[in-house]
Design a protein around this ligand. Structure first.
Ligand SMILES: NC(=O)c1ccc[n+]([C@@H]2O[C@H](COP(=O)([O-])OP(=O)(O)OC[C@H]3O[C@@H](n4cnc5c(N)ncnc54)[C@H](O)[C@@H]3O)[C@@H](O)[C@H]2O)c1
Length: 279
């Protein structure tokens, strides 16, 4: 059984909370009365968000953590648990993108994508799940992507990592249900968001497939946690993808081409020089 999670008075850990939707979710969770913990590679970015939260009357702290480093995650989690006694909501949000074709993507970039977007889910979730199971409450959130529901040109590493993120969370949900643990999971699959991570992407039909706004995605994610939802897919058209897969593959690909999905990355630049891309 899963259930909603009142954030007021709860402790919410957000990886990659120094920027983009992570930052917005941190501000939104704090506004609803949560004590926010930010894990980010960038200490200045995380500090700035914490300062904004405290200036608005909320409470927040941060730790400089590379979520891809298992030892660093374990150490930071032990410190945090000793300080605050565990967390109620883990939002696995930190993510990176290469945005290049398979043959143009260095091996190290492919590995880093899987380290940050996939393996970190295991290290971070394993650090906090035992406490949630013991307290018989908690929510594990995975920020996946629409790219976790459809493979897109120039995203062989990113899309595959997000498919893994969707599979990770679905398996975890079923494992928790099978074992009777009342810990909730939420998978979030948004289309492109205006954070800068995917700077340069274009969309052919903005009414059907709009570039989402980061504050909107963050607010809807926090609301989904509070309501105990298992899945949040944005916008609505993206939710039809699993059904479209009943069509012959060539027709499925053609529909995506007509929608411009495989051309979205043609002018991708990404946010060059950020900590996320330096990795
Ligand atoms: N922006 C989009 O279009 C979009 C669309 C769908 C899904 N997403 C997903 O949403 C999540 C957040 O994306 P965003 O657009 O807000 O990104 P962003 O680049 O604005 O923020 C990512 C944050 O993660 C941090 N980070 C990166 N690697 C880290 C690591 N190893 N350890 C700790 N922190 C690390 C960065 O420092 C940064 O603060 C990602 O998982 C991304 O894949 C983004």
């Amino acid at each position: 059984m899963t259930r909603g999670q009142h954030l007021d008075g709860g402790r919410v850990l957000i990886t990659g909370g120094g920027s983009g939707i992570g930052r917005r979710m941190a501000l939104e969770a704090a506004r609803r009365g949560a004590h926010v913990i930010i894990w980010d590679l960038s200490a200045p970015a995380a500090e700035t968000v914490c300062a904004q939260i405290t200036a608005a009357g909320g409470t927040a702290r941060h730790q400089t953590v590379d979520v891809a480093d298992r030892d660093v995650v374990d150490e930071a989690a032990a410190t945090l648990i000793a300080d605050v006694g565990g967390v109620d909501v883990v939002i696995n949000n930190a993510g990176i993108v290469s945005g290049t074709r398979l043959l143009d993507t260095p091996a190290a970039a492919i590995e880093r994508t899987f380290d940050v977007n996939v393996l970190a889910l295991y290290w971070v979730t394993r650090a906090f799940l035992p406490g949630m199971i013991e307290r018989r409450r908690g929510t594990v959130v995975t920020i996946a992507s629409a790219a976790g529901l459809v493979g897109v040109a120039r995203q062989t590493d990113y899309s595959a990592s997000k498919w893994a993120a969707v599979g990770f969370t679905e398996s975890l949900r079923n494992e928790l249900r099978a074992d009777g643990h009342p810990v909730a999971t939420l998978t979030v699959c948004p289309y492109y968001i205006d954070t800068g991570m995917f700077a340069g992407v274009t969309t052919r039909f903005p009414r059907l497939l709009p570039i989402l706004q980061e504050d909107d995605v963050a607010r809807r994610t926090i609301e989904a946690i509070e309501r105990g939802r298992e899945q949040l897919i944005m916008p609505a058209l993206v939710a039809t993808l699993p059904g479209l897969r009943l069509l012959p593959t060539r027709l499925f690909d053609r529909i995506n081409d007509v929608l411009g999905v495989n051309a979205t990355m043609d002018h991708f630049t990404g946010r060059v020089g950020t900590p996320a891309r330096r990795g």
